[in-house]
Design a protein around this ligand. Structure first.
Ligand code: FMN
Length: 320
């Protein structure tokens, strides 16, 4: 919920005892026990914490599904040091937020967490019913979530993707992502069946005279995989590509692949029934081979700071 919404309301207490409520679009999950947000313009909230009113309450609500969570606990303001550096790096990586704009990273230890539900559910409506009702109320349709979009961050739609300084070093980076990649295959039909039925890609264009087939990755027009037949050529190369997925899908992938008769693999290409966690990214990933032995990966970036000290471990050992 926190990861998806990227907007929380932080309540703190002023020295005269009055309440202070401040929206924070950088609210993020830091680890199992902490939330963070970036102090860019939240002077009063931070002043309240630094004046000793350390306990804050954060509400994160899905305005369409009309549910959410409230979190409560003491906050710490980090204007420098390791936590500041790790937090600034996290927001830089997540959305291109320039660390020079971050006055402090506020770390909140969650001592109480509770779900909040709108009275709209009182009549027994399901989440899907409520979602439909409130999408209609706002004249919206549910679409694929888009990357970026951090309050204060270098959101391409707000700043213009081509001249945005994503590096924080004064270097403009016009490249926004990887659009296409290509693999050689020995049997085009067999590989097309594999990428359609196992990976779920949609054929975009077949060019039989060139022994090629292009597939959309994600939505049509989002990204592309080209498969090129090399037939019975006695040489070939085994390559590696990764498809981005949601975390729940990556977690479900080993069982899903096994059910399709595909052996799920760890980062070390050994049989595995759970994802590998790559600490330095941090990411969760499941691997498998396509009919030509190309190593295919399903990957989800994880919230929270990089944990290079973790190395690469099975998902069940990520806490250690
Ligand atoms: C949608 C939204 C998201 C915001 N996100 C942040 C944020 O992540 N960090 C921040 O410092 N200010 C953010 N702001 C601005 C603060 O909420 C605003 O400056 C507020 O008045 C600060 O109140 P305070 O000084 O009482 O903390 C956001 C404002 C809005 C409307």
């Amino acid at each position: 919920m926190v990861v998806e919404q990227r907007l929380g309301y932080v309540a703190s207490v002023c020295s005269d005892g009055t309440a202070n409520l401040s929206p924070q679009g950088t609210v993020a999950v830091w680890d199992d026990r902490h939330l963070v947000f970036a102090h860019i313009h939240s002077h009063q909230t931070v002043a309240n914490i630094e004046a000793g009113h350390v306990v804050v309450e954060v509400n994160v609500v899905d305005p369409i599904r009309r549910n959410g969570y409230r979190f409560k606990g003491p906050a710490e303001v980090h204007r420098e040091g390791d936590l500041y550096d790790a937090g600034a790096e996290f927001f830089q990586r997540r959305s291109g937020l320039d660390r020079r704009r971050i006055r402090a990273i506020v770390l909140i230890r969650v001592e109480r967490a509770a779900a909040v539900l709108s009275p709209s559910y009182d009549d027994g409506s399901s989440e899907a019913d409520i979602e439909q009702r409130f999408l209609a109320l706002y004249g919206l349709r549910r679409a694929e979530p888009q990357a970026g979009g951090e309050d204060g961050g270098a959101d391409a739609s707000a700043t213009g993707a081509l001249d945005a300084d994503h590096t924080g070093l004064g270097i403009a980076v016009p490249v926004r992502g990887l659009f296409e990649t290509h693999l050689t295959v020995t049997d085009l039909e067999r590989s097309m069946t594999f990428y359609r039925e196992v990976v779920g890609l949609q054929v975009a264009l077949e060019v039989p005279e060139r022994g090629a087939a292009f597939h959309w990755i994600g939505r049509p027009g989002q990204a592309m995989l080209g498969l090129w037949s090399i037939g019975s050529a006695p040489v070939g190369m085994q390559l590696h590509i990764a498809f981005e997925m949601s975390l729940p899908d990556v977690l479900a992938a080993p069982e899903q692949l096994a059910a399709q008769g595909i052996q799920p693999l760890s980062f070390f290409a050994e049989p595995a029934d759970e994802p590998s966690v790559i600490g330095w990214m941090p990411a969760a990933a499941v691997y498998f081979r396509d009919p030509d032995g190309h190593l295919i990966e399903y990957l989800a970036m994880l919230e929270g700071p990089a944990r290079p000290e973790l190395g690469i471990v099975p998902w069940s050992r990520r806490a250690g």
